[in-house]
Design a protein around this ligand. Structure first.
Ligand code: FE2
Ligand code: FE2
Length: 186
């Protein structure tokens, strides 16, 4: 399947999710044409490394937002950003450990990190911009984890359970951010 170039800008919300889905599907199709445990394992490791890159980018973005929000005296929002950064770190650690269990190697290479990630690193010019960017990233993560869980199905229950736990927390993150946004816009 040819990957389509999609534009960025004001309508980036839907476009990014579309790009994410195309990318996730591409690897899944690679796995489907090569049956057998070995091939599945490689696909799972590849998907987990994309998830790892996504979590690492999310940590960096939330850290940036935490320190910038602290500077403009938005303490409650800053604390939320910090909590999310710490939880994304937990996810990254869980995913890296699972990759090793599957006899793969976790990719922590900073070169190409943002292109391996599903979510983007966007700094945001205001508190509201930061929250919106984080919410977009969480929604991408929710879609991406959902796709991985459906792909894995019953083939790897341990990885599936881990991903389901992470997905539940990303949904909480998105919910927290939507509430913050609603409060600030009122
Ligand atoms: Fe996460
Ligand atoms: Fe999250």
């Amino acid at each position: 399947m040819a990957s389509k170039k999609t534009g960025k800008g004001d309508s980036a919300f839907l476009t990014d999710i579309k790009t994410l889905r195309e990318r996730a599907r591409k690897h899944i199709e690679d796995g489907a044409v090569t049956p057998g445990y070995q091939a599945d394992r490689e696909t799972v490791i590849k998907l987990l490394n994309e998830a790892l890159a996504t979590e690492l980018v999310c940590i960096l973005r939330y850290k940036r937002h935490y320190f910038m929000a602290s500077g403009i005296n938005a303490d409650a929002v800053a604390q939320e950003f910090l909590q999310h950064a710490n939880e994304e770190q937990m996810h990254a650690d869980q995913i890296a450990a699972r990759i090793v269990q599957l006899k793969g190697e976790p990719n922590f290479d900073p070169d190409g990190l943002s292109s391996r990630s599903h979510a983007e690193y966007v700094e945001g010019d205001s508190l509201i911009d930061m929250i919106k960017e984080d919410l977009v990233a969480e929604r991408i993560a929710i879609d991406s984890y959902g796709e991985m869980i459906r792909y894995i199905g019953d083939k790897d229950p341990t990885t599936r359970r881990m991903l389901e736990g992470i997905l539940a927390m990303e949904e909480e993150h998105a919910d927290d951010l939507a509430s913050l946004l609603a409060d600030l816009q009122r």
